[in-house]
Write a protein that binds this ligand. Structure first.
Ligand code: ADP
Ligand code: MG
Ligand code: MG
Length: 350
């Protein structure tokens, strides 16, 4: 494990990672109960934004102690991958869509650049995607996501940047993006597969696996690496009609129809329990190094961070054990911090 980061950096010089998905600006602030009531929000809930919530975001950014960081599952992965590989800006890019002439778009672009990722953002006449993270009584209490412009990435914009996809070493996308843009995602994966890019898809959530199962199956032949946690993979297995449990489900997904010369790899994380990998008829089981439970602050984006470390190491060759260890390392760092902020120290894998 010694010096693994410097090795990643050295070999990374000519290799690029490209992300595709829904970029969201996460805006976090401490608010009062009255604030929640004003917008009809109750504690411990998620509310997809309605018209009455638009003003909420404006109000949040006026709170002097608010913070805002780039968010959205796939963008979180890409930011973490950039950190793990200590890569240059032009080597890690993200294709998505934000609002036209919208100050939230500016905030999202600026913070994405600050995290070392090049934002290739289309602009459409919808509000920039965002997620309000409202803290009340010191706990993460209420989320208000607004998908907005992030769902409106145009085919034209993708065509303009298709060379970025063709010349990347790794493409990463989230199943959430299949809600609005399933056909476009399939197209990008097809192009990537034809150009020998490592293609990666993350299952996002149990609901997403259910809601978009047919779309997942449509893109799956072009997917080299499929990521999920145990609930998501189990749900996939159920929808697949194989009630054989997690490992059998993984093997079946691994063997599902595939184009290109690479065998599909299915990666299943299980929190602190071992990470499982399926490839052809083989199953691997890789221990997760324990993190002192007292140091765990927020496991919300553990899976996204895992994928970040994994794909950073993927640039270095497809040694699956090393990739999983890198994933477990980056996830272990982020669960010791609030939200999906990028650590302010260099990755240390010695
Ligand atoms: P998700 O966030 O998608 O549910 P998991 O909970 O499976 O994903 O976590 C992904 C990775 O994060 C794990 O493989 C592990 O590396 C790390 N992780 C999560 N929870 C813990 C924990 N309690 N202790 C140590 N590592 C953890
Ligand atoms: Mg989990
Ligand atoms: Mg996850």
């Amino acid at each position: 494990m010694k010096n693994i980061i410097s090795i990643i950096k050295y070999q990374f010089a000519t290799k690029k990672i490209i992300g595709l998905g829904s970029p969201l600006l996460d805006i976090q602030a401490e608010v009062s109960l009255q604030f929640l009531e004003k917008y009809g929000l109750k504690l411990n809930n998620t509310y997809f934004a309605e018209k009455k919530h638009i003003e909420l975001y404006e109000e949040l950014i006026k709170i002097p102690t608010h913070s805002h960081v780039p968010g959205g599952s796939a963008l979180n992965t890409i930011r973490l991958a950039r950190w793990m590989a200590q890569a240059e800006k032009d080597q890690v890019k993200f294709i998505g869509c934000v609002g036209k002439q919208d100050k939230f778009a500016q905030m999202l672009i600026e913070t994405t650049y600050q995290d070392g990722v090049t934002a290739l953002f289309d602009e459409q006449s919808y509000p920039t995607g965002k997620c309000a993270v409202l803290l009340c009584n010191k706990d993460r209490q209420c989320l208000v996501p607004l998908i907005g412009a992030s769902a409106h990435l145009s085919q034209e914009f993708v065509e303009q940047h298709i060379e970025e996809v063709k010349t990347a070493a790794v493409l990463f996308c989230e199943v959430y993006f299949l809600y609005p843009r399933a056909e476009l995602t399939k197209y990008v994966f097809k192009v990537a597969q034809e150009n020998n890019v490592h293609t990666c898809l993350s299952l996002s959530s149990v609901n997403a696996v259910n809601d978009r199962f047919n779309e997942i199956l449509a893109v799956l032949p072009y997917v080299d690496y499929l990521f999920g946690n145990e609930e998501e993979v189990e749900q996939f297995g159920k929808n697949f009609g194989c009630g054989f449990g997690l490992q059998e489900s993984m093997l079946r997904i691994a063997k599902f129809s595939k184009v290109g010369s690479k065998d599909r790899v299915v990666v299943c994380t299980q929190g602190h329990k071992p990470t499982l990998i399926a490839k052809k008829n083989e199953l691997l089981n890789i221990q997760v190094e324990s993190v002192d439970p007292q140091k765990i602050v927020d496991t919300n984006s553990a899976g996204d961070s895992f994928c970040g470390g994994f794909i950073a190491e993927l640039l270095n060759g497809a040694d699956l054990i090393k990739c999983v260890r890198a994933g477990n390392y980056s996830a272990a760092q982020t669960i010791q911090h609030e939200g999906s902020t990028i650590p302010n120290y260099q990755p240390d894998r010695s």
